[in-house]
Design a protein around this ligand. Structure first.
Ligand SMILES: Cc1ncc(COP(=O)(O)O)c(C=O)c1O
Length: 427
């Protein structure tokens, strides 16, 4: 049935005159593009594919009974309000729960400094919408979150990416870049940074660099856009303070989400920001979607009042830690010695580096075709879409342990075959 519908749709599409609409598109829509992860989602949904591509939380770990109870209670006791519109900034109760989540990471936030969004992704999009004019510079890490790149390029930003290493963003190079831009009379609109268990690189920004970045923002009057979906998912080591809590000059916009500590399906995230910026976020959100889902907020709020949310986070941390360990062991066994990879202390991702002559887009095509296994090619994490092609993002979060081992084994095989071919061709 599904197949038939798909085929009919393709037949219909071939009849459509695509050029007919060209004259209607806004100029900036020419810059719109898809993120590599979204493109991959369709391919990797095939049941025969082992996907180490998507950053999919282990939602099967959430208690079905608890979900049923929450849904039942919301429907029986709060149905009218749950089905109604709500305030643009979200319910106070939701914001109180968000403040609890941030407090667990050592960050104090006043609920008046929060707006509830449709995932952290909306926080990225609204930030771009509010702050970027065509041609503006923004600074991001190299690599950066592939899903953020379309948000920035949609608004025609010039994205300058600064390398990171095992201690996160190179703040020395960031300072140099800010100074170079200043000499040319330019200033970045913001510095986008993922300080904890980076997507895709798996690394965290060191404490020293956190202080340096906040100091740089203060010195040059810059905005930092801190995106922190993974901070709660620490497997080991000491938690580090968020940039939002280190900043004493109102320079940080903080993005959080329930996606990785509860569920991405409920689509709830938040922005914490200084009051004048927050007022603009509110206006942007009104235009985008009026308000966050009331139904989703009520479910989250019931969950927070019924259960200890941190117990669930502890549970999934256990799942992810074990999966990370299995992936690291499999990499050591099946990847060639010319490859290297990060050893994340939390989060979802391992970032692998292959010899420079290998291209992970080509490898992905082979891996899918010959071995039915997927990963995210590194170039998706660069705004130019071509740099970083010898890297792979390997997600250990959403796949059972046996499949992680099998997936890494298969990717290792494809890599070795390509390396042998390169040698045979005299490389
Ligand atoms: C760094 C980063 N930011 C934002 C998001 C989007 O999260 P949300 O589901 O809250 O929209 C993700 C999702 O993977 C992410 O990794």
């Amino acid at each position: 049935m599904l197949k038939a519908t798909g085929e009919t749709r393709i037949k219909e599409m071939t009849k459509i005159d695509f050029d007919k609409y060209e004259e209607f598109y806004a100029k900036r829509s020419g810059e719109m593009r898809s993120s590599v992860m979204r493109d991959l989602m369709a391919v990797v949904a095939r049941p025969e594919v082992i996907s180490l591509a998507g950053g999919l939380p282990s939602t099967e770990s959430f208690s079905r009974k608890m979900l049923a109870k929450i849904m039942h209670d919301v429907s029986m006791h709060e149905s009218a309000a749950a089905l109604q519109y709500g305030p643009t900034e979200g319910f106070d109760e939701t914001k109180q729960n968000i403040a609890k989540v941030m407090a667990a990471e050592g960050t104090h936030v006043d609920i008046d400094d929060l707006i509830v969004t449709t995932g952290a992704q909306q926080g990225i999009d609204l930030s771009a919408r509010l702050l970027i004019d065509p041609g503006d510079v923004i600074i991001a890490e190299a690599p950066t979150y592939p899903g953020a790149i379309p948000s920035f390029t949609n608004f025609q930003a010039e994205v300058i990416q600064i390398p990171l290493d095992e201690d996160g963003l190179r703040t020395d190079l960031t300072r140099k870049e800010v100074e170079r831009l200043a000499k040319n009379g330019r200033k970045p609109k913001f510095i986008y940074v993922i300080p904890n268990f980076h997507n895709p690189a798996g690394v965290s920004l060191s404490l020293r660099r956190r202080h340096e970045l906040v100091a740089l923002a203060k010195e040059h009057g810059l905005i930092i856009l801190e995106d922190n979906p993974y901070g709660q998912l620490r497997f080991e080591g000491e938690p580090l303070p968020n940039l939002f809590s280190l900043d004493n000059d109102n320079n940080v916009i903080y993005l959080g989400t329930f996606s990785k500590i509860l569920s991405p399906g409920i689509r709830l995230g938040w922005v914490a920001a200084p009051a004048p910026l927050l007022a603009k976020f509110n206006l942007g959100k009104q235009a985008a979607d009026l308000c966050p889902s009331t139904l989703a907020q009520m479910m989250v709020n019931r969950y927070f009042s019924e259960a200890r949310w941190q117990d669930y986070v502890e549970k999934v941390i256990g799942v992810y830690r074990a999966r990370r360990d299995v992936m690291l062991a499999a990499l050591a066994e099946y990847f060639p010695e010319e490859a290297s990879w990060t050893r994340p202390q939390g989060g979802f991702y391992v970032w692998a580096t292959l010899p420079g002559y290998l291209n992970s887009v080509d490898l992905l095509a082979l891996a899918l075709e010959e071995e039915q296994v997927a990963f995210v090619p590194g170039s998706g994490a660069w705004a130019d879409g071509v740099s970083g092609a010898n890297h792979l993002r390997l997600a250990f979060c959403g796949v059972p342990q046996d499949k992680i081992v099998e997936g890494i084994k298969r990717i290792g095989k494809v890599i070795r075959e390509q390396m042998e071919l390169f040698r045979a061709l005299g490389g």
